[in-house]
Design a protein around this ligand. Structure first.
Ligand code: HEM
Length: 314
């Protein structure tokens, strides 16, 4: 393997879907002592992952670390990846994609929740008081890949060579080749209102059948389905992203949601999808999934190549 390949080796972007995941969002304290601790902990990410991976040979465990624009320069002393910027709030006529805080994302995926908890415990002990946890959502696999709205989620994800092509930065930003932009949004569902819709209405909103997940034809005018609004094309063809959304729930509190996570090579692709969902295409025909799902967070990160993380450790 050549040196360039080693330098640009991505994190675990292409991990298969798992039965459990965690989305841990941290704020980093700005004093120099905290920044030094954070650099060193991020620098030893690979070791920490190995410590947990080795505990079981049957169960898969991976983790990706994302860094936001706010903390990028203070942590690394390096210029930002070309498109990295704070999540831009998008205000549609009826719904808003809110922009919220977050300096670091740990996207942890595993075959069982015990490994995730163990990793988070070790990680947060290592960080000590240099970070504050802003959110920590435990996702679970629901009926073989359905979201809590009852639809199979993740079908159109790219596979094979199309996966790195859609998600990994290449020669367009050579300093950050091997990295990936990632956008997260936490959505809370109004389950009673969704359940009150006929299945045919739900299917028209998503753009697929509910029971067997068959694609419905795209509307060419008027109200478009979620699937159609999130299909981005230009003269070069279609631009895919990789989603690994997870359902999460606290039934005792009536909380049911979808944690959206999208990896992409070009950040503008996810931004365009969000614009089409929230503002509508054509405006004001927003994505009707939003009439039943409220975005309560929105943060953009860059998940750099592995070597960038280990270099932070000095
Ligand atoms: C497709 C659910 C938010 C991007 C789908 C599908 C479902 C779904 C069921 C059809 C099956 C599939 O291909 O996976 C949801 C839910 C969301 C959500 C429950 C939150 C409440 C988003 C957001 C984006 C997005 C915020 C992007 C910014 C896509 C894309 C597709 C898709 C790109 C595939 C379109 C195609 O067929 O090419 N989503 N989604 N989704 N969604 Fe979402």
């Amino acid at each position: 393997m050549g040196r360039r390949a080693l330098e640009t080796e991505p994190q675990y972007i292409n991990s298969p879907m798992t039965s459990a995941a965690a989305f841990l969002i941290l704020a980093v304290k700005d004093d120099s002592h905290s920044l030094a601790t954070v650099r060193s902990v991020i620098g030893s990410t690979d070791d920490l992952i190995k410590d947990v991976q080795v505990r079981t040979i049957e169960v898969q465990f991976t983790c990706n670390v994302g860094i936001s624009s706010r903390i990028w320069s203070a942590l690394s002393g390096k210029p930002m990846p070309k498109e990295l910027a704070p999540f831009k709030e998008i205000k549609g006529a009826k719904h808003t994609a809110v922009s919220t805080e977050g300096d670091l994302l740990y996207h942890i995926r595993a075959g069982s929740a015990d490994l995730i908890i163990e990793f988070e415990k070790l990680l947060l002990e290592a960080f000590g008081d240099s970070v504050t946890a802003l959110d920590d959502v435990a996702g679970f696999r629901y009926f073989n890949g359905r979201d809590l709205l009852g639809f199979v989620d993740g079908t159109a994800n790219p596979v094979g060579l199309a996966l790195p092509e859609a998600t990994i930065v290449g020669d367009e930003d050579p300093d950050y080749a091997g990295g990936s932009y990632v956008v997260i949004q936490k959505y809370l569902h109004n389950m009673a209102a969704w359940r009150a819709q006929k299945v045919e209405t739900q299917e028209a909103i998503i753009g697929r059948t509910k029971f067997d997940n068959v694609e419905l034809p795209d509307a060419t005018e008027g109200q478009k389905s979620h699937k159609t609004l999130c299909t981005i094309e230009d003269s070069q063809g279609e631009y895919d992203i990789l989603r690994d959304n997870m359902p999460f729930a606290v039934p005792g509190k009536g909380e049911y949601g979808t944690y959206f996570i999208g990896y992409c090579r070009y950040l503008w692709v996810i931004e365009k999808m969000l614009e089409r969902m929230f503002i509508g295409n054509p405006p004001p025909l927003h994505d009707r999934i939003l009439d039943f799902s409220t975005a309560v967070s929105g943060v953009t990160f860059f998940v750099p190549a592995r070597k960038f993380l280990s270099d932070l450790g000095g």
